[in-house]
Ligand binder design. Structure first.
Ligand code: GDP
Ligand code: MN
Length: 388
């Protein structure tokens, strides 16, 4: 789960990482009072709260010198679109005078099997440009999880990038706090860009990006509470509420793939894509494929009007295929399934009985053997539809 900037900063604050004073606004009415009420010193900076970076370049970061200008800009920025995300909230902050913009992040690095510290004294909006043209100004330092952050971790990061060594202790303090947060909150990524060096030599987190491992959310009620404010896909929410994992894939696609296991799901998607077709969404059923669960999953899938073909691929030892078949029939008898086609591949107990249930249903359900045959069947059905 990716947090919004102000949510990330609320966690920074808990760890004593310095941030600017600010207030969140979410409605045009009363903006003026809200900003005045927060007692901010002008000039201020107004930032669109969206779960995507590069806001500065997309017009999502603006500055104002007076309360009037602030209110006007907030009115313009609320609801604005930033690369497909809507700014439902804005973060209004006291503008910081800054001398330097640094980049700092810690991510989980599967290659070194440890947290990886990434630092650059040339951060800010052009960090990607720095990575391309001045890679020597970016240091990547694995942190041994047993030893933690050491003096040499920071010394190396500063020396390697040609940064000013006099800030070693200050940087170490911030890295240590961020590192603690990285573990406590089961994050995949914590990023501060820019970590600004102000005119008095203090380090302040001007921006914050935090990505938490979804599997840890049951242990993190404070983070889970943030979810209401995020822009989430309605089917993702619906599926999550009944313990399915719904994964939107390609918006232009109109095939849905459902399976019990993410590996098989990916194989199915690969084979479908290889045949030149596009998958709109996938759904991991998890364990326990009962008729009700199958029917529910198909219903969620058909909540996407673009989906016209649903592929269900079940590979189970003790999974009862007749249950899967019953679920498919229940789902396809519903109104919302009109004009849609279902392809069913299943392995498990009572396979013959399942095939019989489907055959007798007289519904647009095709039973196929194995994944490649199923993909061929999807291809045929889609081409027949086009031809019709
Ligand atoms: P991003 O573009 O989504 O990463 O948004 P940021 O929050 O990082 O803001 C983009 C840029 O705006 C930063 O790199 C800074 O250059 C600038 N900026 C943001 N806040 C302040 C501030 O308080 N003072 C100053 N001087 N610049 C700021
Ligand atoms: Mn940033």
């Amino acid at each position: 789960m990716k947090l919004l900037e102000y949510q990330a900063k609320a966690v920074f604050e808990k760890y004593g990482i310095p941030i600017q004073k600010g207030v969140v606004v979410d409605a045009v009415e009363g903006i003026d009072e809200k900003i005045r009420g927060a007692d901010l010193r002008f000039p201020i900076v107004i930032k669109a709260q969206v779960q995507i970076g590069g806001r500065g370049k997309a017009g999502g970061v603006k500055f104002a010198d007076t309360p009037e200008e602030a209110a006007k800009l907030c009115g313009e920025m609320l609801g604005m679109d930033i690369r497909g995300f809507t700014a439902k909230e804005l973060l209004v902050l006291e503008k910081k005078d800054i001398a330097k913009e640094w980049y700092l992040s810690i991510m989980l690095d599967r290659y070194s099997k440890s947290p990886l510290l990434i630092f650059s004294p040339q951060g800010g909006m052009d960090i990607e440009e720095t990575a391309r043209t001045n890679p020597e100004r970016i240091a990547k330092v694995p942190i041994d999880p047993i030893r933690g952050v050491q003096d040499y971790t920071i010394t190396y990061a500063l020396d390697k990038t040609g940064a000013d060594g006099q800030y070693r202790d200050k940087l170490k303090e911030v890295v240590e706090k961020l590192y603690r947060m990285f573990f406590d909150y089961y994050t995949m990524l914590v990023e501060i860009n820019p970590l600004a060096l102000d005119d008095q030599g203090r380090l302040v987190a001007l921006d914050g990006k935090v990505e938490v491992d979804d599997n840890a959310l049951p242990f993190l009620p404070d983070i889970t509470a943030f979810r209401d404010k995020l822009q989430e896909d309605p089917q993702v929410i619906e599926a999550r509420n009944v313990n399915f994992l719904f994964i939107p894939i390609e918006d232009e696609g109109n095939i849905a793939v459902m399976s019990n296991g993410s590996g098989m799901l990916m194989s199915c998607i690969d084979l479908i894509s290889k045949k030149g077709m596009k998958v709109h969404a996938a759904l991991d059923l998890g364990g326990g494929a009962t008729a009700e669960r199958i029917a529910e999953a198909v219903r969620i899938m058909l909540g996407r009007p673009k989906i016209d073909t649903v592929f269900i691929c079940i590979f189970g030892g003790i999974t009862r295929c007749d249950e899967v078949a019953k679920g498919a029939v229940i789902a396809m008898q519903k109104n919302e399934a009109a004009g849609k086609h279902l392809i069913l591949r299943m392995e498990g107990t009572n396979k013959e009985e399942a095939a019989k249930i489907i055959a007798e249903s007289n519904l647009p359900i095709t039973v196929a053997e194995g994944i490649p045959n199923s993909v061929d069947a999807i291809y045929r059905i889609k081409h027949e539809k086009k031809g019709a």
